[in-house]
Design a protein around this ligand. Structure first.
Ligand SMILES: NC(=O)C1=CN([C@@H]2O[C@H](COP(=O)(O)OP(=O)(O)OC[C@H]3O[C@@H](n4cnc5c(N)ncnc54)[C@H](OP(=O)(O)O)[C@@H]3O)[C@@H](O)[C@H]2O)C=CC1
Ligand SMILES: CCCCCCCCCCCCCCCC(=O)OCC(=O)COP(=O)(O)O
Length: 311
């Protein structure tokens, strides 16, 4: 009797694994969303991942609106893209630029109007811009916690909410956000950054459920370390610039590969994508399935990395 039940369980396991595999193959074979002529808005397009996303979506034939705070650096990206277009098989377009500071949420509505005027619509919004932080909570001014939240959370959600009505009206569009694996598990000395990315994950998960009925997908992308200027541009507890290229950042993934993964996630309208190696993935599972062990590992990491000032 036991052996019969065991056999039944095995059959059930094999059948469900087969169905799961078949489902994944069908999802992969599904025709991807066309990006030729699509209007794609990218924030933080002046450097790092945003700049590489600009390259990837431009090459795919998208009409780009590149956003950032520095007009000169954005113009340089436009020139690079335009120069790279010569000889391209596809029709490519000269990108437009819109200059604004995401941390100044009052100006975001005006920026959204400007973005909409560029090509008359937005098909894909990629909320990529962000800033990181290095610091000990005991030494961190509350204003720094707020500033990081303004750039990484309130800015992107203000822009999303300003552009969303036009997407809902057209029953078409796609919202993408670049979060981080630190939106799924928090590591010591990153409080402001990890908190802003956790908030981002929660907001866009809610949004996904709320706007699915209008046919507007929401994609949250959570990368591990990428080789960019993120650590150099990070703020410290007193608001000054950290200015160091961390080893973890320098050894991170090539931003061009991550941009290709973003392109794929947009084409496949993926809901939630983690782009990281086995350790961060394991840490995310551990945080959910065995939190006590995860907290112990993080405490030991905190002790090793830095002696808190109060000790
Ligand atoms: N690098 C990494 O290891 C990882 C990065 N990420 C995420 O990827 C995204 C891109 O970062 P990355 O390319 O690495 O870093 P970079 O520092 O190279 O780029 C950040 C971009 O954000 C823009 N930006 C920063 N603050 C503001 C602001 N207040 N208003 C408008 N734009 C702003 C910058 O533009 P400008 O200064 O010209 O205005 C710049 O283009 C971020 O959201 C980051 O959290 C996620 C996981 C890992
Ligand atoms: C029993 C087995 C135990 C194994 C547990 C593994 C625990 C290892 C912890 C791994 C932590 C990974 C942290 C990854 C952080 C990361 O990739 O962040 C991406 C960023 O957003 C980078 O920003 P930053 O400013 O921090 O450079």
């Amino acid at each position: 009797m036991e052996r019969v039940m065991g056999g039944g369980m095995l059959q059930l396991f094999l059948a469900s694994t087969g169905i799961l595999l078949l489902y994944r193959i069908l999802v992969r074979l599904r025709p991807g969303a066309a990006l030729q002529d699509a209007v794609v808005v990218i924030t933080g397009a002046s450097s790092g991942l945003g700049k590489e996303c600009a390259r990837a979506f431009h090459a795919a034939g998208a009409r780009l609106v590149l956003c950032g705070r520095d007009a000169g650096r954005l113009q340089q990206v436009v020139q690079e893209l335009t120069a790279s277009s010569t000889g391209s098989q596809r029709q490519t377009y000269t990108p437009s630029t819109v200059i604004f500071n995401l941390a100044d949420t009052d100006t975001v509505d005006r920026a959204a109007d400007e973005i909409l005027k560029c090509f008359g619509q937005v098909d894909v919004l990629i909320n990529n811009a962000g800033i990181s932080y290095r610091g000990n909570i005991l030494d961190t001014h509350l204003s720094v916690q707020r500033d990081v939240m303004e750039t990484n959370y309130f800015g992107p959600i203000a822009l999303t909410q300003a552009l969303l009505p036009s997407m809902v009206h057209r029953r078409s569009g796609h919202i993408v956000v670049i979060s981080s694996v630190q939106g799924k598990m928090a590591i010591p000395y990153r409080s402001a950054y990890a908190a802003s990315k956790h908030a981002t994950q929660a907001y866009f998960d809610c949004l996904r459920a709320e706007i699915e009925r209008y046919g507007i997908p929401v994609t949250v992308i959570s990368p591990g370390y990428i080789r960019t200027s993120l650590s150099v541009n990070a703020v410290t507890g007193d608001g000054s610039k950290y200015g160091v290229l961390d080893k973890t950042t320098a050894m991170g993934r090539d931003p061009r590969d991550v941009a290709q993964a973003v392109l794929k996630a947009v084409r496949q309208r993926s809901k939630d994508v983690v782009l990281a190696g086995p350790m961060p993935n394991l840490a995310i599972y551990l945080r959910t399935l065995w939190p006590a062990l995860f907290f112990k590992l993080m405490s030991s990491r905190a002790r090793k990395e830095q002696k808190p000032k109060a000790e």
